[in-house]
Design a protein around this ligand. Structure first.
Ligand code: 0X9
Ligand code: ZN
Length: 423
């Protein structure tokens, strides 16, 4: 009953105070944990207050809110628990470098160097190229890993993408870990060798290099999420890449029209060069009328979740997503979550989000597309900025989930006993 009342109160608030599109959360904002929000309606109502959602799970959210927003949430019947600052204040080393305690993370340049050296030491397994350039001109890195990397074979392809969101640096380490583990495991680990003989793996290790570089440009963390593209006729910078994809773009109050907001969706679908060129590359994997990519994980942080489409509607089914598709998404999602201890759920059950890569990958190409939110579950454990000491543990933690996806990539519905058309 309390839940219904809370939802209703926030619903009314959302109607009379349409802040989500009107005003940005003006600084100073503080971080809060909002416990007891155990349904999507209430969580989405909180999101629509214009607060910045940092993380969340089945029964809580962690948000950045201005004093006015915090007061509104409290007036709506919610409890707010103050949290430490969202960005830690470690000792800086130099502008553009990760601070003390974070040196194990890779800058764009360090990432490029490491990938080039992996390609040089595994020339038949690893190839590095790019699918375009970011708004500020960084090559958008693309890695291919397979048994015979220079030959385009007729094999199921799997895509892993990382760091659409700038501050989610741990995801870059996840993608790099995937490249390293597969490259080094080929010829030494029988399971990896078998997988690479029957799959072609693609990795986009840093989908938003401008944002990632900006986030550490002072030598401290800036809590930056979006890309660094100027907004037309506005002084604000940056589009949320994971609200800029063209499926049901701007449909459902799951993104912001306000360029100052952290979930600003851009002036049009694919207005960001980073999403437009990744779209073009994914489209280019349609060969002979068949999309070669069958499965995908888009890594994010934080909250320890396994999410699947759709994000734009709370309905389990939707355009091109029937009951058996939903069952398949859930079954593999739950199996992946059983390996890493994450919480599995349909994306919108967390909160409504429109314009995501995962929704587009499914709607446009029927790619089994998951979103994994990595470690930790709370700002109290470092939020977007866990220390480098956890990188090995938290990337290895996803090995079994990655292998499950690779294994099922020949026919994901096999997981519910369904058949696939011959490719
Ligand atoms: O809101 C997002 O873009 C993702 N969470 S984050 O805190 N890293 O920003 C989740 C998007 C999930 N969307 C779908 N799977 N549709
Ligand atoms: Zn994210």
């Amino acid at each position: 009953m309390r839940r219904v009342v809370m939802g209703a109160v926030l619903g009314i608030l959302a109607l009379v105070v349409p802040i989500s599109a009107a005003a940005a959360p003006a600084p100073p904002s503080s971080a809060y944990r909002v416990p007891g929000v155990d349904n999507a309606t209430t969580r989405t109502a909180v999101a629509n207050q214009g607060v910045e959602i940092l993380g969340g799970g089945r029964d809580y959210l962690e948000v950045l809110a201005t004093p006015v927003q915090a007061e509104r949430l409290r007036a709506g019947g919610l409890r707010l628990v103050s949290l430490p600052a969202a960005a830690p204040l470690p000792l800086p080393v130099a502008p553009g470098q990760f601070p003390i305690g974070y040196q194990g993370y890779h800058t764009y340049r360090q990432l490029t160097t490491e990938l080039d050296s992996l390609a040089a030491s595994h020339p038949n397994q690893v190839a590095v190229s790019s699918y375009g350039k970011s708004a500020q001109g960084h090559p958008l890195l693309l890695v291919k890993i397979s048994d015979d990397v220079r030959t385009d074979k007729h094999e199921p392809e799997v895509l892993f993408s990382c760091a659409q969101h700038a501050r989610e640096h741990i995801t870059v380490e996840m993608c790099l870990h995937i490249v390293r583990r597969l490259a080094q495991g080929y010829g030494t680990d029988p399971a990896i060798t078998r997988l690479l003989k029957s799959r072609e793996v693609w990795v986009v290790p840093m989908a938003n290099p401008d944002g990632a570089e900006y986030d550490i440009s002072t030598g401290l963390f800036s809590m930056w999420r979006k890309n660094r593209q100027p907004t037309p006729e506005n002084s604000e910078i940056g589009t949320d890449l994971n609200r800029n994809w063209g499926d049901e773009w701007a449909c459902c109050d799951g993104s912001s029209a306000n360029p100052a907001n952290d979930t600003y969706r851009g002036p049009a679908p694919f207005s960001a060069p980073e999403t437009a060129q990744l779209r073009d590359w994914v489209n280019s994997r349609v060969i002979g009328g068949v999309q070669q990519i069958t499965a995908h994980i888009d890594f994010h942080s934080f909250s320890e979740l396994v999410l699947w489409p759709y994000g734009f509607t709370t309905s389990d089914t939707g355009p091109g997503l029937n009951k058996s598709d939903a069952d398949t998404f859930r079954k593999l999602g739950e199996q992946m979550a059983a390996t890493n201890g994450y919480t599995p759920e349909q994306s919108s059950h967390l909160y409504i989000n429109d314009g995501s890569i995962a929704d587009w990958m499914w709607a446009q190409h029927h790619v089994w597309s998951y979103t994994l939110e990595m470690y930790p579950t709370s700002l109290t454990q470092g939020g977007f900025y866990p220390p480098a000491s956890v990188i090995d543990r938290e990337t290895t933690r996803n090995d079994a989930a990655v292998d499950l996806l690779l294994n099922y990539a020949d026919c994901v519905p096999r997981i519910i006993g369904a058949h696939c058309a011959a490719r």
